[in-house]
Write a protein that binds this ligand. Structure first.
Ligand code: TXA
Ligand code: MG
Length: 352
């Protein structure tokens, strides 16, 4: 049931969370399927609704840094605390941070790990819901496990409407791609999932960051289980537009283009143009909706443009590679902005 985020419906959603029910809500990244993080049976419903393996932990959403004491094990080790203090400049926002978990946080939320991924979202409806609820909300992306994340209330309704879930409608998500995830322990912090908070931004704040782009091999205990290579996949096969010879294309092919000025040499059955001028924030915002739309057209193949791996381009390429079931390849590693100096990075990030 889709509901506008009025004061009444926010209050009703908070009541439902307190009663152990599941509620879908917007964030600036993607929609979340939320439950009271401290109610293990409510959290179990989230896993069940999504068909999510119990080995894949959830992100816990809180209203403010004061609430960290509820979900993380304080005091934090000094290195982690210093790093957290630096990246907390990006909160509220599309960044999740992996921290030592408070022992009272139910094991199901963190899939038995000693850590918890924490996020303070910036979307106004999410913030109002968190404030009204007064607790912590465990919420994965509001899609059936392994399908493309939901960036509109309608996407959520398609999957969970039949289960009678309340869906707060915050409009299309501004970022459109899941949050950046960073782990702060270890010699260097580790980027676990690229997102709109870019690797370059994080490097500016934290210095060197480890980033292993390759997906964890299927079946191995994953460092961040969402990095399994099969994630975010539409059912229709998908490939980069420049990787397939025209002569070998099947009849019904869709194109997801990054710019209006793109030249076509093929009669596509469907075209989605994500941005008028290859603005990659716009591409990220519109990508999942286009993948979902074309996936319903009975196409034999979806072709998609590619971009460089700087800034949000890294997240776009990461999600596309995963949609192609390849995990991320060496092609992305080649483009990683590793060799640039801090000065260069500062200029680029400053302009972007
Ligand atoms: O933008 C987002 O992050 C959205 C919104 C709703 O907040 N949520 C989201 O959740 O994308 P989900 O469940 O689709 O992805 C969460 C990712 C998974 O890859 C999971 O493995 C990882 O976070 N994760 C959660 N807890 C973790 C932990 N303790 N250590 C490492 N990775 C963790
Ligand atoms: Mg997800």
């Amino acid at each position: 049931m889709i509901t506008a985020p009025t004061n009444d419906s926010i209050r009703e959603a908070a009541v439902q969370l307190s009663a152990g029910k599941v509620v879908a809500f917007p964030t600036e990244t993607v929609y979340g399927l939320g439950a009271d993080a401290f109610n293990a049976s409510a959290v179990a419903k989230v896993f069940e609704l999504k068909g999510r393996p119990a080995t894949n932990p959830l992100i816990v959403h809180i209203a403010s840094v004061e609430d960290l004491a509820k979900v993380a094990l304080l005091p934090l080790p000094l290195t982690i605390e210093e790093r957290l203090w630096k990246v907390s400049a990006l909160w509220p926002g599309p960044l999740s941070v992996v921290l030592p978990a408070a022992p009272q946080l139910p094991a199901i939320v963190r899939a038995g790990l000693p850590t918890v991924a924490v996020r303070i979202p910036s979307h106004s409806a999410a913030r109002r819901l968190l404030a009204e609820f007064g607790g912590a909300i465990a919420a994965p992306s509001a899609n059936i496990s392994n399908y493309v994340s939901a960036t509109t209330a309608q996407h959520v309704e398609e999957a969970f409407g039949p289960a009678g879930i309340m869906v707060l409608d915050g409009g299309p998500c501004r970022v459109g791609m899941e949050s950046t995830i960073i782990s702060l322990d270890g010699e260097n912090p580790r980027l676990l999932r690229p997102g709109s908070v870019s690797l370059e931004q994080l490097q500016l704040l934290l210095g060197p960051i480890d980033f292993r782009i390759s997906a964890d091999p299927e079946g191995s205990p994953a460092i961040s289980p969402g990095r399994l290579s099969s994630h975010y996949a539409p059912r229709t096969p998908i490939a980069f537009a420049d990787s397939v010879e025209r002569e070998r294309l099947p009849q019904r092919v869709g194109l997801i283009a990054f710019s209006e000025q793109r030249l076509h040499s093929f009669d596509y059955a469907a075209i989605d143009t994500l941005s008028s001028c290859a603005d990659y924030d716009e591409v990220a915002r519109n990508l999942f909706a286009a993948m979902r739309r074309q996936d319903r057209l009975g196409l034999e193949l979806i072709l998609v443009d590619r971009c460089g791996a700087a800034g949000i381009g890294l997240a776009i390429m990461d999600r596309l590679k995963r949609a192609m079931g390849q995990g991320a390849s060496a092609a992305i590693v080649d483009q990683l902005p590793r060799t640039r100096s801090q000065g260069e990075l500062r200029r680029e990030v400053g302009n972007g």
